[in-house]
Each structure stands twice: as C-alpha cells, then as structure tokens.
Unconditional design. Structure first.
Length: 129
C-alpha cells in the first residue's frame, strides 16, 4: 500500500463520518420539527393549564394563581407539597391581573418555522436564488 492510498483511505473515512453526522443531524432536526407541529396543531395537545401569576414568599414557598379551563385557583407550593388555598370566581380576581396575562399571551413572539429560517439563510448566502 502506498502513501497516496493511505491518504485516500483516510479521506474516504472522514467523508463517510461527515455524511453520517449530517444524516443524523437531519433526522434529529426533523423529529423536533414534527413534534412542534404536531403539538401545536392537534387539539389534544393544547395546554389548558396556565400560570397567571407567581409570587415568591420565601426561598422555598410560593403562591401561584393558576387557570384551568375557565376556573382559577390559588395554590400554595413548598418543596414538598402543593396545597389548594382557594378557588376563585372571576369577580374575585382583579381585572388588571387577567387583562395583563391575556395581553402577555397575545404579545408573545411567534417562533418562525425551520423551513422559513433555512430558506432565508440560503438566500443570504446566495445559494438559493
């Protein structure tokens, strides 16, 4: 075996490893994208439990205002336990708290799709016209 043959063998080995890494990266990216699409579109995966507000009372003690469907609960939480403090009616909740929470949800930044970002980067690099 000559020296050029050994370099050719090394180059082929590196080439195979790089291509395998690229294929594994594409599979991993596809799985992540499919999970996001599936969970955001299917009604079964929509979140019905929302934390409206959280207040820390001490290092290991917090109070949470949680909305489950149309019901609102006040929960106390420690390191070892979660306790229902009160079930609240909509009249008992200050209007500013719910309005502020709904405004935060509506002002959330939409996450662009992977395909959109990918095409934009290809256009920037002038790979795709």
């Amino acid at each position: 075996m000559t020296q050029s043959d050994s370099w050719t063998t090394i180059a082929l080995f590196v080439n195979v490893i790089l291509k395998l890494g690229l294929v594994l990266l594409l599979i991993y990216g596809s799985v992540i994208i499919l999970r996001r699409l599936q969970s955001s579109q299917h009604p079964r995966f929509r979140k019905e439990i929302k934390i409206i507000e959280t207040t820390h009372l001490s290092p290991n003690r917090t109070v949470h205002l949680v909305q489950v469907g149309k019901q609102v609960y006040l929960l106390g939480a420690t390191d070892h336990e979660v306790t229902l403090l009160s079930k609240l009616d909509e009249e008992e909740i200050p209007a500013g708290v719910l309005n502020n929470f709904q405004n935060q949800e509506s002002n959330s930044i939409p996450i662009p799709a992977f395909a959109t970002i990918f095409v934009q980067n290809l256009k920037k690099r002038k790979i795709l016209l």
